[in-house]
Design a protein around this ligand. Structure first.
Ligand SMILES: CCC1=C(C)/C(=C/C2=NC(=C\c3[nH]c(/C=C4\NC(=O)[C@H](C)[C@H]4CC)c(C)c3CCC(=O)O)/C(CCC(=O)O)=C2C)NC1=O
Length: 162
């Protein structure tokens, strides 16, 4: 089950049959203190999602061998599949950033993804480059603090794929 920063600390205290300890309370404090930042960033990202993906693709994949005949993004169908995948990564990273917890990424994005990519010949290295470009473009849009938060979850997807 996907959880968030609150259920994560509650579940771990409950397993031990204890109230939240200082460390757990500090985690919650940090989460609540950044709540508005997260919501504001999610609003900006959702209003600009298509532009973020487009710019990230231009920075990372466009005019490379991947978009030429023989490349995995060649043909309109595969190009569109790639853009759609990047849009998934951005959307789910935004959910995880709001939740303050990466478990939704394990559950809904990374589960079986590497195997799917390998069986279809989707290049993981180039995908990770595009995700890193999304990270840069997003940070330039939402600012360094929220950008860093988003970076945590975009990096989580990158490591999960590698
Ligand atoms: C929400 C969770 C979720 C994810 C993550 C997801 C990914 C996903 N990407 C796929 C394909 C694909 N993914 C890509 C992506 C790329 N090729 C490149 O060269 C680029 C580097 C890269 C984009 C960055 C491509 C081209 C395909 C189609 C491959 C093919 O059918 O030949 C497929 C195979 C089925 C299909 O084509 O739709 C899945 C399941 N599906 C999901 O439901």
């Amino acid at each position: 089950m996907a959880q968030d920063a609150i259920t994560a600390v509650i579940n771990s205290a409950d397993v031990q049959g204890k109230y939240l300890d200082t460390g757990a309370l500090e985690k919650l404090k940090a989460y609540f203190a950044t709540g508005e930042l997260r919501v504001r960033a999610a609003t900006t990202i959702s209003a600009n999602a298509a532009a973020i993906v487009k710019e990230a693709v231009a920075k990372s994949l466009l005019y490379s061998d991947i978009t030429r005949p023989g490349g995995n993004m060649y043909t309109t169908r595969r190009y569109a599949a790639c853009i759609r995948d990047l849009d998934y990564y951005l959307r789910y990273a935004t959910y995880a950033m709001l939740a303050g917890d990466p478990s939704i990424l394990d559950e809904r994005v990374l589960n079986g993804l590497k195997e799917t990519y390998n069986s279809l010949g989707v290049p993981v290295g180039a995908t990770v480059q595009a995700i890193q470009a999304i990270k840069e473009v997003t940070a330039s849009l939402v600012g360094p603090d929220a950008g860093k938060e988003m970076g945590v979850y975009l990096d989580y997807i990158s490591s999960g794929l590698s």
